[in-house]
Design a protein around this ligand. Structure first.
Ligand SMILES: C[S@@+](CC[C@H](N)C(=O)[O-])C[C@H]1O[C@@H](n2cnc3c(N)ncnc32)[C@H](O)[C@@H]1O
Length: 509
């Protein structure tokens, strides 16, 4: 695949390729770096690019889940919508009795939709907060509404008192709550522990407490970091230092009036009980879903081959977004404080702090007696010319001073390398004929556009997948303010790539 025809020079492609909204001809701002491979890649797959209204930005994001029964029990902004999963399951003609996979399950949208449609499913997810969400959501048929009514009455009557237990803060969450709120969170934590209730109800209450942490705090999730309200001690202290140094205070951020813990808990409780009541009236075909805790890079190679009839997933994007920072409050609360560094390192490389996992992966494949397979997969990504061009371009941009963080070079290299291992294992665990959907965003660093949708499609094709479609959302993605300021605005594609494992056996790793 990567040995495709001798490629024409960029200048000649420029005059022969039709310019369209979908395909692009310029990947390197001011044509500073070679882009011939990326241009050829666009050309190679232009026939399967399909801009469609079937999927819009709302459906591809958590927004589409707002107000949706069960899916809204915890705000997981990185999630896609239930409707997106439903549409894809229908498109793939997956029916009850069949089994699907989501190796980056997040808030388990895929698993829950599968459950609602009587389809078997397995998910893999690394973060404890997602597992708690699954444990509580997946039990919706089993909750006893009478028990929940009793618990609500007890909750209404409860009066928080001073407790000795402290919130298990991480350095980055210190000061996230007012002293009263922090005390009340710990009061209700103990209250739930002491409650005479079924384990399921306690799990549900633990999820509710976890789900309200952000709204009762001085923080809000914002991509790579948490944003802080000006009333928090952290911002006040920082401003005091700035004032002492004769500097302007940092820009004021105000989240408005913050709810108390009991009020927020009761509100969340009412939404959940109303959902449970509605869900328990619906007929559900019995089916089986399982969420596996762990790193998909290590879990997938251990699964049996030919298990799944389809895959619907969205990996972390190659955008420096750090889940361990944005979910720091929830992870700290759930006692992941000591493990946060390991967790960050185990995420699919999507931050500048991620170190290479190749040595560990090699050891893992070796232990499974699959060292040759490891080498073949690694080689398939290293040999990819688009991958090479992107890496070279970023290195050149770094040398020119067009990038402010060298870690981006490593992140991009690792991102595509790790994804290639995921694709290879997905290929193996899928049945022939199975279709695979990956939701992802294209990105730009140092003025260099990385066509994530087509590069991943190309890597998947090298492993044996048939590229079927690249659905492009009508709305493009904006750029970071830093990229815009330096290199102008370049709307980027948000896409859903669809590949198929062919029926006829292919030579693949
Ligand atoms: C874009 S989110 C998926 C959201 C999901 N589609 C939903 O609707 O909630 C990507 C997820 O991958 C998880 N993740 C990242 N690296 C992982 C890894 N190596 N193994 C398993 N899960 C991982 C993250 O914790 C995150 O929940």
């Amino acid at each position: 695949m990567s040995d495709m025809q001798q490629l024409p020079l960029f200048s000649s492609l420029k005059s022969t390729l039709p310019e369209s909204d979908l395909t692009r001809l310029n990947f390197s701002h001011d044509e500073v770096c070679p882009q011939v491979e990326r241009v050829a890649l666009e050309k190679r797959y232009s026939a399967i690019l399909d801009e469609t209204n079937k999927f819009n930005r709302k459906l591809v994001s958590y927004q589409g889940n707002k107000g949706e029964i069960v899916h809204g029990w915890i705000k997981y902004r990185e999630g896609f919508s239930a409707q997106l999963v439903e549409t894809l399951l229908n498109e793939f003609q997956i029916t009850p009795g069949q089994r699907i996979l989501d190796p980056f399950s997040g808030s388990s949208t895929t698993l829950l939709v599968a459950k609602s449609m009587g389809i078997d499913a397995a998910g893999i997810e690394i973060m404890s907060v997602c597992h708690l969400a699954w444990d509580a959501k997946s039990q919706f048929q089993k909750y006893d509404l009478k028990e929940l009514r009793d618990v609500r009455s007890q909750l209404v009557e409860s009066i928080p008192t001073q407790v000795l237990k402290n919130f298990p803060h991480l350095t980055i969450t210190e000061g996230a709550f007012s002293p009263v709120v922090e005390n009340d969170i710990m009061f209700y934590t103990q209250w739930v522990e002491a409650l005479e209730g079924t384990p399921g109800t306690k799990t549900l209450l633990r999820l509710l407490l976890t789900s309200i942490l952000e709204e009762v705090s001085y923080t809000r999730k914002d991509g790579q970091y948490l944003r802080w309200d000006h009333r928090s001690e952290k911002v006040r202290e920082r401003n005091q230092i700035r004032t002492d140094q004769g500097k302007e205070p940092i820009k004021k951020v105000d989240f408005g009036s913050l709810q108390g813990v009991k009020e927020a808990l009761l509100n969340a409780f009412d939404v959940v009980v109303s959902d449970i009541r509605k869900l328990q009236q619906l007929p559900f075909r019995s089916s089986h879903q399982q969420l596996i805790k762990g790193n998909a890079l290590y879990v997938l190679p251990e699964l049996e081959p030919d298990l799944f009839d389809g895959v619907i997933t969205s990996p972390p994007y190659c955008n420096r977004y750090d889940y361990t920072r944005t979910y720091a409050l929830e992870l700290a609360y759930l006692g992941e404080g000591d493990d946060i560094f390991d967790l960050r390192q185990n995420l699919l490389s999507c931050t500048v702090e991620n170190r290479s996992k190749l040595k560990m992966l090699e050891a893992h494949y070796t232990a499974l007696g699959q060292l040759e397979r490891f080498k073949t997969i690694q080689k398939s990504v290293q040999d990819n010319r688009v991958f090479q061009e992107v890496n070279d371009a970023l290195a050149a941009r770094w040398e020119r001073g067009d990038m402010n963080n060298r870690g981006v070079l490593r992140m991009v290299k690792q991102y595509f390398t790790e994804l290639t291992f995921i694709f290879a294992e997905i290929y193996r665990v899928c049945k022939p004929g199975a279709q695979v959907a990956f939701v992802n965003d294209n990105v730009r660093y140092g003025g260099e556009i990385i066509p994530v949708d087509l590069l991943t499609t190309d890597l998947a094709a090298t492993l044996g997948f048939e590229p079927v479609k690249v659905y492009v959302l009508p709305q493009r993605k904006g750029n970071s303010s830093q990229q815009m300021g330096k290199f102008g605005r370049e709307p980027l594609r948000k896409s859903i790539t669809i590949w198929r494992k062919p029926h006829a056996p292919q030579l693949h790793p």
